[in-house]
Design a protein around this ligand. Structure first.
Ligand code: F6P
Ligand code: MG
Length: 438
């Protein structure tokens, strides 16, 4: 049996984790402070004195947080007493037992990065008049609007596919499946945490660029994804095929996920889609329930025939119980997914009901593989360490130093040609695993 390699951590000076904790995270905090300050007329002053006080308090808590981070102070207990507080504090105690010193630069990167977002939320929640405020909302809505052209192109493509469904051969259907799967994959380029909140919207046509992007897909298990959705024709037996999508970013990426889900349902390949989002603002651009509803409403209201038609369709899928939106506190905890069965058995059981679970994005990949220094040739199944509620697939552009399941020598070759291949967002994987094949 292989030992489990160490977690990625900022203690490796010069590593991507180190640079993230040193540079990217403080920049994100500074932006959050600036956003709150800039919006004080709009959001806080309606609460009068209390609102102004809340704004000041929140900013002071966030400045304190930034200072703790930059001076490598110990990780502190969460104090707002909300539903997940106890589990965060137990997690901290577990690390203190294992590690002694738990601090920003000495502990696992995955843990401290997740913790920062929880502490941002604590600062907001401790100040009731603004406890609803999403500090990342501006960036998310802006990136949606800046991707309008790409969204229209995509909705028009979807309309054309849906119109022609009746005449499509199985092969043509497969072709569209692969295209829309890849659009959803590359949609993951558009997250706002890698760029520390800089513009990162989709400007090119998402369909036309697929061919030129193909060579950058390092692992392409799309045929297994397709196969996982096929039902052998059993007359009289109609078990509904269900796909769960563990969402990542709002903005263009979310639209690509909705378009793919629309295709899966309209083509008859899938009968039910369950989306999983975050219960509070997370990693700058991740989807919350509000973002999900907002995006569908915006799409419905668009001044573009196929875009608004898509939005109306999506709304009715939700109404009719074809699509579902869920959130669960586990998604905003720092746990590696191999802990899900023990730490969130209800969520694990939910995912077990799916025929396929799609995990969008880089952070989900880090959690799937426990964010560790795996050898690149270790199999995806090994790195999952027993996690496998259902057949699953990661759709991820590479933005962190973890990549498994490569052929012998492939990782070394990439490293010699492009030292930052794992963190530039230029490469991607469609990586599949089925617990049944073990
Ligand atoms: O630090 C950059 C980063 O925040 C990574 O830590 C993280 O994995 C990624 O960006 C977020 O990407 P995604 O939205 O694809 O999960
Ligand atoms: Mg994200």
């Amino acid at each position: 049996v292989h030992g489990v390699p160490p977690s990625l951590s900022a203690k490796v000076v010069g590593s991507f984790a180190y640079l993230t904790v040193r540079d990217r995270l403080p920049t994100i905090l500074t932006k959050v402070i600036d956003t709150i300050h800039r919006n004080k007329n709009k959001f806080f002053e309606e609460y009068g004195e209390e609102g102004i006080e809340a704004e000041k308090q929140t900013i002071s808590l966030l400045s304190k947080l930034r200072n703790e981070l930059q001076t490598d102070k110990p990780i502190l207990a969460v104090t707002d007493g909300l539903q997940d507080t106890e589990s965060w504090n137990q997690y901290l105690q577990r690390h203190q037992r294992l590690q002694g010193d738990v601090s920003w630069f000495k502990s696992p990167w995955l843990y401290v990065e997740c913790y920062m977002y929880r502490r941002i939320q604590e600062a907001v929640w401790l100040n009731p008049p603004i406890s609803d405020y999403d500090v990342f909302n501006e960036g998310k809505t802006q990136s949606f609007f800046e991707s309008q052209q790409a969204v229209m192109t995509l909705c028009t493509y979807l309309e054309n596919v849906n119109k022609s469904l009746a005449e499509l051969s199985k092969n043509q259907l497969l072709e569209h499946f692969n295209k829309l799967l890849q659009v959803s994959l590359w949609g993951n380029k558009c997250d706002l945490s890698i760029s520390a909140g800089q513009d990162n919207s989709q400007k090119m046509s998402p369909i036309d660029s697929l061919n030129s992007l193909q060579p950058f897909i390092l692992v392409d298990d799309s045929s297994m994804v397709w196969t996982s959705l096929q039902r052998p024709g059993q007359p009289g037996k109609t078990t509904a095929v269900r796909v769960d999508v563990v969402l990542d970013n709002a903005g263009f990426e979310l639209v690509t996920d909705l378009v793919f889900a629309d295709f899966l349902v309209s083509s008859g390949l899938v009968h039910e889609v369950h989306f999983h989002g975050k219960s509070f603002p997370w990693f700058v651009s991740d989807v919350t329930a509000k973002d999900f509803q907002w995006t569908i409403r915006q799409t419905m209201a668009a001044n573009h025939k196929w875009m608004s038609k898509s939005g109306v369709q999506w709304q009715s899928y939700l109404k009719e119980g074809v699509w579902f939106y869920h959130d669960h506190p586990f998604w905003t905890q720092p746990h590696e997914f191999c802990d899900m069965a023990a730490d969130a058995p209800d969520l694990y059981a939910t995912l077990q009901g799916a025929d396929l679970v799609l995990f969008k994005g880089d952070l989900n990949y880090r959690k799937l593989t426990s964010d560790r220094e795996w050898d690149h040739t270790v199999s995806f199944g090994t790195a999952l360490r027993g996690f496998g509620p259902a057949p699953l697939c990661s759709l991820r552009t590479l933005k962190a130093n973890v990549q498994v399941g490569l052929q012998q020598g492939h990782g070394e070759k990439l490293t010699s040609q492009e030292p930052d291949w794992m963190t530039s967002g230029k490469y991607a994987v469609i990586q599949f695993y089925s617990p049944k094949s073990e």
